[in-house]
Design a protein around this ligand. Structure first.
Ligand code: ZN
Length: 432
C-alpha cells in the first residue's frame, strides 16, 4: 500500500473517535496508531499535581441528545461528537427552551457549522449546533428533554511515547496533541503525521535521538514535562506538529527565539520547495499550542510548527467543517515531506566551536593578526578580514553552523566560509 493510501486509512479510522483531554477515545486512538508504530501508552493518574496544574478526573461519554416535545431527537451525539461540549457533566431532564438556550453554542456568522467547545475546568454542560438548526428547532416556550450520559471518575490521562535512539544521546522533541474529537486539520492531521514521521525516522540511521509524544494539549504537555523534567531540560530543539493537512498555503510558526537555527532551516526548506515568499511565516506569540509549555521559562525549548492551514487562520477552524473534505492525505504527506527535509538538514548540520572558548583567541600566536592595517575587504561595508574573524569567533558558542553565522552577522557566506576554513586550518576552531 502506498503511503498516501495508508495515511487515508488512518484518517478514516480515527476521525469518528470522541477524544478529549482524557478518556477511552484517547486510548483507542493510541491503540490504533500502535498498529503502525511501537509507541508506548502510559497514564498519569487523576488528582496528581504537575507543576501548577492538577491532572483532572477522567471523562467518558456514552451518548447524548436533545428531544423536542414530540419525542424526536433534534440533536444527536451519535451523528457527530461535536454536538456535546467536551467534559460536560451528566444531565438528564426536561427543560424549557429559554433555559436550554443558555447551554447552547452556535455561530451566527457561520450558520451551517457546528462549533467545537470545551469546559474542562468549570463544571457545566452544553450542546453545540449549527445556527441554522438553532433557528429551526429551538423555541423559547417549548419543552425539551436533554440527556448527556457521561461520567467522571478517578482514572488517568493517557499519553503515547516513542524514543527513537540515534548515534547521539542529544534529543529532538516531536510533540502532537490528541485531545480534539472529530476535527480533521486541528488536529487529526497532526497526530497522524507524527506517527508516519516516527515510522520514517525509525527506518533511518539518525545522528540525533527523537522523542515522539502524543499528549492532550496543555495539561498533557505540562504533565509530561513534570514527569521528565531532567530529560526535557536537555532537549536540543523540537516540533509541535499541528494543522498540517489543509488545502491552503504551507507556513511555519517560529520558535520563541527567532534567531534559533531551526527557524532558518525551516525557512530554507520552504523556500527551496515553494520559492521565496511562497509560504506563510507566523512569528512566535504566546497563544497557540504546546510551545507555550515547552518554551516556558523553566524549559525554553525552541519548537517550530510547519502548518498547512494553521489553527486560527482558516474559517473552518474548530467547527464541524474542519472535516475530511477539508483535509486530505496528499496534503498531510506534503507536510510530512517538509518535516523530513528539515530533519535531514538538522542531521547534516555542521556545527563549529572554539577550541579555547574562554577569553579572546590570541590571534598573533596563530598568525591571524595582520602585520599592517588597512586591508579592507572590497564591497563588504569596509570590513576587514580581521573584523570578520573577530565577529565569527565572538558568536561561535558551539551551536552554530556557517549558515547560522551568516544569518546572525549579516555577512556574505563566502567571507564567513573562508574565515571558518582559515580558523579551522590554524586549529583555533573545530567541528563538533
Ligand atoms: Zn484546537
Amino acid at each position: 500500500m502506498d503511503r498516501v493510501q495508508n495515511i487515508e486509512n488512518y484518517l478514516q479510522q480515527l476521525f469518528p473517535i470522541c477524544r478529549s483531554i482524557t478518556g477511552e477515545g484517547n486510548r483507542e486512538t493510541l491503540r490504533i496508531l500502535s498498529e503502525l508504530i511501537p509507541l508506548k501508552i502510559g497514564e498519569y493518574p487523576s488528582g496528581q499535581k504537575v507543576f501548577d496544574w492538577i491532572v483532572p478526573q477522567e471523562w467518558n461519554i456514552q451518548d447524548a441528545w436533545i428531544k423536542n416535545a414530540q419525542g424526536e431527537k433534534i440533536i444527536d451525539f451519535k451523528k457527530t461528537n461535536l454536538h456535546v461540549v467536551s467534559y460536560s457533566e451528566p444531565v438528564c431532564k426536561k427543560i424549557k427552551g429559554v433555559e436550554l438556550a443558555k447551554h447552547l453554542h452556535y455561530l451566527e456568522n457561520y450558520p451551517q457549522a457546528i462549533p467545537y467547545r470545551t469546559s474542562y475546568y468549570k463544571k457545566d454542560w452544553g450542546f453545540c449546533l449549527s445556527f441554522a438548526d438553532y433557528k429551526k428547532f429551538i423555541d423559547a416556550d417549548e419543552e425539551y428533554e436533554v440527556c448527556i450520559e457521561a461520567e467522571f471518575k478517578n482514572g488517568g490521562l493517557t499519553y503515547g511515547e516513542w524514543l527513537i535512539k540515534g548515534k547521539k544521546p542529544q534529543e529532538i522533541l516531536i510533540s502532537t496533541y490528541i485531545c480534539h474529537p472529530s476535527l480533521a486539520n486541528d488536529n487529526l492531521s497532526g497526530l497522524v503525521l507524527t506517527a508516519f514521521l516516527a515510522d520514517e525516522l525509525s527506518k533511518k540511521k539518525c545522528n540525533y535521538s527523537y522523542r515522539f509524544i502524543w499528549i492532550p494539549e496543555t495539561i498533557g504537555a505540562v504533565a509530561y514535562l513534570a514527569h521528565n523534567e531532567t530529560i526535557m531540560k536537555k532537549i536540543a530543539a523540537g516540533f509541535v506538529v499541528t494543522t498540517a493537512g489543509g488545502p491552503g498555503m504551507m507556513g511555519y510558526k517560529q520558535s520563541w527565539d527567532a534567531d534559533h537555527y531551526l527557524n532558518q532551516i525551516v525557512a530554507e526548506v520552504l523556500s527551496d520547495e515553494y520559492g521565496a515568499g511562497q509560504y506563510k511565516i507566523y512569528p512566535f506569540d504566546g497563544h497557540g499550542s504546546d510551545e507555550r509549555q515547552y518554551s516556558s521559562p523553566g524549559f525554553r525549548i525552541n519548537t517550530v510548527s510547519v502548518t498547512k492551514d494553521k489553527y486560527y487562520d482558516y474559517p473552518q477552524y474548530h467547527t464541524s467543517q474542519d472535516d475530511l473534505n477539508f483535509v486530505s492525505a496528499e496534503n498531510i504527506e506534503q507536510t510530512l515531506k517538509i518535516y523530513l527535509k528539515v530533519i535531514d538538514k538538522i542531521e547534516n548540520r555542521e556545527v563549529y566551536r572554539r577550541v579555547e572558548p574562554h577569553g579572546e583567541v590570541m590571534l598573533s600566536r596563530h598568525g591571524l593578526y595582520p602585520e599592517s592595517g588597512g586591508a579592507q575587504i572590497p564591497g563588504n561595508m569596509r570590513m576587514t578580514e580581521l573584523d570578520v574573524i573577530l565577529k565569527v569567533l565572538f558568536v561561535m558558542d558551539g551551536s552554530m553552523s556557517v549558515t547560522d553565522m551568516v544569518y546572525r552577522l549579516g555577512i556574505e557566506e563566502k567571507l564567513v566560509s573562508s574565515v571558518i576554513h582559515k580558523l579551522e586550518k590554524c586549529g583555533v576552531i573545530e567541528k563538533t
